[in-house]
Write a protein of this length. Sequence first.
Length: 491
Amino acid sequence: MSQNLPALLVVVPLLLAPLAALSGRAKIAWGIATAACWWTLYAAISLLLRVQESGVIRYSLGGWEPPYGIEYRIDLASAFVALIVAAIGAVTIPYAGTSIAKEVSEDRAPLFYTAWILMLAGLLGIAITGDVFNVFVFLEISSLSAYSMIALGQDRRALTSTFQYLIMGSVGATFIVIGIGLMYVMTGTLNMVDLAERLPMVESNRTIPVAFTFLTVGITLKLALFPLHLWLPNAYTYAPSAVTAFMASTSTKVSVYLLLRFFFTIFGEVFSFEQMRLNMVLMPLALIAILAISLVAIYEVNVKRMLAFSSVAQIGYMVLGISFGTVLGVTAGIIHLFNHALMKGALFMAMGCVMYRIGSVQLDKMAGLGKAMPWTMAAFVGAGLSLIGVPLTVGFVSKWYLVQAALAEGQWFVAGVVMVGSLMALIYIWKVVEVAYFQEPDPDHEIIEAPLSMLIPTWVLVIASFWFGIDATTTATVATQAAETLLGAMP
């Protein structure tokens, strides 16, 4: 079985998804989804350990050797991203069991968990495939599943948010498939390794820069980089709480991975950053996202929406690291993929606990929750400290690497923006803390703590955000090795 683990990582959830749909009962469907999530976690950990021990894993589907057949190709970068997706899925699925029971009707729950499993499979497939058309296929599987889950939100605005996300996501996917098609026309291959070898021979043809541009726009739309982020705030705000936590921790991270894979592995650093000057586009947009979108978050009164805008700013940090085009910068971006998944997942799960008890995440409804829901709000504060970048948290590790990367390039202004962004995060996190801890609760409403089935997964992510902040050796080592692989020659 271990030899077929790359295929089984995706195939097992794909096979379990229809079983969840046919189960007919919410608890059975949730059990199947839980099995799928924990299986993928086991498989992702096993694959990462194998890559660290033996190097790149290549798996030819159906015995057809690449470039004629589809290849799964797992290096440190793809294994690390697959682990992030699988780990978040395994942590959030127990949380979803309680949360979704209240937010989604019993008859729709089996279909909801089917979409959850399909989204998990799609995201994992994107991470490990070595075929660019397969990337598009898995991207559509994950996107269609996400649209379905967001539409099941209680608020009627979930439907309009889904429609907006559908339109924007379809535009992004169209740009990506056009870029892939143009590369295929010029090279006659869809295999990533083969493309990396053949593109330098035809890059002087104007078709290749056009393909590069289409892919850049499509991928940045999918990852919600400013100003192509308009779909994200509403999608995160009105989706069921468990969906928001899962998506915020995984979906955009996989899109950032796509950016890394296409522009370092396929096109190459020289073409992307010296000929096309990608850094001249990414760095300004990332800096604007950090400052402008953090400012928008400060004035939000819906806390889920505030955290959604915060996610756009945090995407700016990831893209900023990539825009340096150096090992240290890319390391910072990859580290923040992992770190942001922990802290933002915990923040959205804490807000899901609040939503479960009081039916709202409006700031004015959260007065006195520090006393009424002490464990929930303590989790929010702990994850909030990480978002700000307080020492001993994963957020500090991310900011430290970003500042180092900026100073190594003599970019003092960029380092200053990173610090200002942290101060702005302090402002909007403090708004919630002030209302929850320093205002009196409504005496007419008795509020109790969230269920343990929701608190325990939330605290797992909070504790992890401190654990990997105190000892970042493992994540930093993997991220550095992944960055070196991406910027070096493909083995």
